[in-house]
Design a protein around this ligand. Structure first.
Ligand code: IPD
Ligand code: CA
Ligand code: CA
Ligand code: CA
Length: 269
């Protein structure tokens, strides 16, 4: 994608995100139709679906040669990431959307041949738009985000973690390692929106985010943001992320990445 196209796509995507955000805000107190998907706590509302449909329609109209990978099924069935692919989570943090009416985000990562070029995370109710262009840095609204510290040790770090990973029976990670990690850290947080947690890592509010079960739309934008400020984003076994399947994710400041993986993350096979 040449620079001019990249700038045009960025401006267009930004306008659509702000418009979609306005619609969500205007309907925040409307009666909700809430359904469940894979389990009773996996929620979806008409607003998740309508918002993804809004992006799907606009993208197909303006860029018929682009593809869409979206959570709610209005996109394309993709077997690879060739070409330009918009990876869209219309509402990340649906449980927060339903229960709290805040702390959710629209997340869009735009990839060209598998490389993340443009990222957006819009904290809708707060009106904060995080953006990034590969090689050009990351922004919170109009303010460029500084590079992340490489000095702060793990014992002074705050990591976003889900308490689920401390349950011995969880199928993903040995809980003892997570327990040791929690004891070592300064503290933990859990916001319930992967996209916002990644945006907070990029902003330096969190030192890292470790999770076991993300889908591509949960981190497609956030990984671009975190990398633009010098952070590292990989699977929790240090391997590269696989943008077509469910994955573990560790996103953090560069000086604590190896230590977390080597000393505390013992994945179950
Ligand atoms: C979820 C949120 C949550 C994470 C889940 C995701 P959704 O996305 O990002 O924080 O723990 O794994 O599925 O379903 O609200 O878009
Ligand atoms: Ca969901
Ligand atoms: Ca999500
Ligand atoms: Ca979602």
């Amino acid at each position: 994608m040449d620079q001019q196209t990249k700038n045009e796509v960025f401006d267009q995507a930004k306008a659509w995100i702000l418009e979609a955000g306005e619609r969500i805000k205007a309907n925040i107190d409307a009666p909700r139709s809430i359904e469940t998907k894979s389990n009773p706590n996996d929620l979806v509302t008409e607003m998740d679906q309508q918002t993804e449909q809004f992006f799907a329609g606009n993208i197909k109209n303006a860029y018929p040669e682009h593809y869409l990978l979206g959570e709610e099924g209005f996109g394309d069935e993709l077997e690879d990431l060739g070409g330009t692919v918009w990876i869209v989570d219309p509402i990340d943090g649906t449980m927060n959307f339903v229960h709290q009416k805040r702390n959710f985000a629209i997340s869009i990562g735009i990839y060209v041949d598998g490389v993340g070029e443009i990222g957006f995370i819009y904290n809708v109710m707060e009106g904060t738009l995080y953006t990034a262009k590969r090689g050009e840095g990351a922004w919170k609204n109009d303010v460029q985000l500084p590079q992340l510290s490489k000095d702060r040790p793990l014992k002074q770090s705050i990591l976003a973690l889900n308490t689920t990973w401390l349950i011995p029976e969880n199928p993903f990670i040995e809980h003892k390692g997570v327990e040791e990690l929690v004891k070592t850290l300064r503290s933990t947080r859990s916001y319930g929106s992967a996209a916002l947690e990644l945006a907070f890592v990029a902003e330096g509010l969190l030192d890292g985010y470790l999770t076991m079960t993300l889908m591509p739309w949960d981190y497609a934008a956030g990984s671009i943001l975190v990398r633009e400020v010098g952070g590292i984003v990989t699977r929790a076994d240090k391997e590269e992320l696989d943008l077509l399947n469910k994955t573990t994710v560790l996103a953090c400041r560069s000086n604590i990445h190896e230590e977390i993986i080597n000393d505390y993350v013992h994945l179950k096979k």
